[in-house]
Design a protein around this ligand. Structure first.
Ligand SMILES: C[S@@+](CC[C@H](N)C(=O)[O-])C[C@H]1O[C@@H](n2cnc3c(N)ncnc32)[C@H](O)[C@@H]1O
Length: 213
């Protein structure tokens, strides 16, 4: 597949909103469908180390792929696993413990990691554990986790990472910073800017960084 610089996709959530939270953390099915259809084939193994509300897993089943994933939050994990045919292939675990999960080699990965502002102390990768506070610890751990993702992928397999910059009181160039740490273990292959059809002024587009294992 030639990686496009720009695409437009519908900003629509097709699955029901979970009873315990809104849609803030999830990406639309259209985004996963676009990359999964173009970069993988039916029957192939699809991976998401940050399952969240399960969009990658659900679209994988819809497109007859074989989904595998990891989610650290129990409530989200249970909600997703409860709706998946392949529920045994989703682990309630820290993605940094990937080598203990006995995962097979994957053909395609699509994920959106938890985002963090550079001025925050609360590190989402450690559920806010103060021993691992701060942006430097967050980026270091992201580097470790994506190095494990690299080892879990088949050689040359595509890895798509959806990420946004964070605009709070100050601006965090998260696309640049995550791109840099992930590039230490996966080969950068492209960047696609996705404009949302039906997005809002506050959230009109997103970015997908594409890597190869
Ligand atoms: C942005 S959300 C993913 C949303 C997903 N793409 C969707 O459409 O629903 C990131 C997820 O990573 C999970 N997470 C955070 N730290 C983690 C860790 N160390 N290991 C595994 N999952 C983690 C969070 O609980 C959150 O659900």
């Amino acid at each position: 597949m030639t990686i496009p610089n720009f695409i437009t996709l519908p900003y629509v959530f097709e699955r029901p909103t979970p009873p315990f939270e809104g849609n803030d953390i999830r990406y639309p099915e259209s985004l996963v469908r676009y990359f999964m259809q173009n970069m993988s084939k039916p029957g192939q193994k699809v991976f998401d180390p940050f399952v969240g509300l399960g969009t990658t897993m659900f679209v994988a089943e819809e497109l007859k792929r074989n989904p595998f994933g990891i989610e650290a939050d129990r409530t989200r994990f249970e909600w997703v696993a409860g709706q998946l045919e392949h529920w045994m292939q989703v682990a309630h675990a820290d993605a940094a413990k990937m080598p203990r999960l006995g995962l097979p080699k994957m053909d395609f990965c699509m994920t959106s990691p938890p985002f963090m502002a550079a001025t925050d102390k609360w590190n989402p990768l450690f559920a806010g554990n103060p021993k691992h506070a701060g942006y430097a610890a967050y980026l270091k751990q992201m580097g470790r986790i994506f190095a494990l993702v690299a080892r879990t992928m088949k050689k040359g397999a595509p890895v798509v990472v959806q990420v946004d910059n964070v605009q709070g009181k100050t601006f965090t160039p998260l696309i640049r910073d995550l791109g840099n740490v992930i590039s230490k273990s996966l080969k950068p292959a492209g960047e696609t800017i996705v404009t949302w059809d039906g997005g809002t002024m506050e959230y009109a587009h997103t970015t997908c960084l594409i890597f190869k294992a």
